[in-house]
Ligand binder design. Sequence first.
Ligand code: ADP
Length: 447
Amino acid sequence: MTRKVLIANRGEIALRALRACKELDLKTVAIYSTGDKELKHLRLADETVCVGPASPLKSYLNIPAILSAAEVTRADAIYPGYGFLAEDADFAEKCEASGFVFIGPSSSVIRQMGDKITAKDLAEQSGIPIVPGYRGILPKDEIALKKIASDVGYPIMIKASAGGGGRGMRVVREEAELVSSINLTQQEAKNAFGNDTLYLEKFIQNPRHIEIQIVADGKGHAIHLGTRDCSMQRRHQKVIEEAPAQDVNAEALEITLNACLQLCKSISYSGVGTIEFLYENNQFYFIEMNTRIQVEHPVSEMITGFDLVKAQLKIALNMGMTLDQNEIIFRGHAMECRINAEDPETFVPSPGLISKMHPPGGFGVRFDSHIYSGYVVPPHYDSLLAKIITTANTRESCIKRMVSALDEFFVDGIQTNHSLHQKLLKDQTFCSNKHDINYLEEVFLSS
Ligand code: ADP
């Protein structure tokens, strides 16, 4: 019997999932909001269901509406994508309880990894290098608190265990700021996450962002697809991503890769996942594990030929996925530019009608996008319009191919960050791979 997957997302990732389902002969149900009737993948899905008004809270985050859409269409499984409910343990648990396969790890694993203190404890137990810090209960006594912080060593970062999306953290550079910063972060964490547990860790000043893509079957097999470098960021949002990360200490990498696989095995991880690190002075420091597909997954696909979304579906639906590290052959370099509907200088979102557009193409160019001429970008959602991905034998030729792809790409009617990418690809620091996570904001954009 053909199985049916409900795609609980929108935009490019919904289209990406739909394509993978088709290749696996899975039927598809596309959900949408009233603000999203023109989404490209709705025309390609077997069935569509409107789950609510444009506001994400009432549609793509509306758990009862999504579960009832799955029920009425008799879907077997739910594909969460990224963002929205992808890392919501309660949603995964409700899917499980209602008899739907949640395409991702179990709700209990999502819950464990969503708690930063638990995630760090588990990572450390598997031998993953973590940021030095203090994860015990913070004392009320100021002298004891100051002793803990000075043992960690300034500058430090105060973080909420339940934090996420860049919220619930604060840098403290000197002792005089410590107590007030702890009180503030505690209050914010209580208001935002309903949990005011905090921990302290060393603030890593000028790191690169390097992450490891893993795939595991929940039955003791786990493989990695190597590294990605996502150091070009603005406000913790990645702008350009590439694979593999270059100029990485081989010994530190080997230890870290093996420890990541060990973690997957120890928590019976099932599906794809990303283990994120800060990297400075030849050392990896674990920051978090994302228990879902990531926006930048195509760069890992392009250097390995391994389809991560198909793997997610096959693992979750027991379609006979075998994972063998020896079958993963790394080849060349890949790079992704995220094209957003926004002003390239002020970064203010720019929704509206795309009157005309031309996608880039050619050898080694991949264009993952849901947009088309005549599409109206709604104002209610993330501004990601397209991902341009280029692959070549070397990083240098990959950059050249991207420059050419960007020259071909054309969107009229709304503003995009296209010109920012064109400038970045000509930047000497970027081309020589010398940028860190602070470069874009603190150097490139402020000069
Ligand atoms: P979230 O789950 O909210 O995204 P993360 O722990 O992943 O939080 O951290 C988000 C970003 O904050 C990181 O990508 C990094 O840029 C910065 N960051 C986090 N921890 C540290 C640290 N110890 N030192 C320096 N920067 C940090």
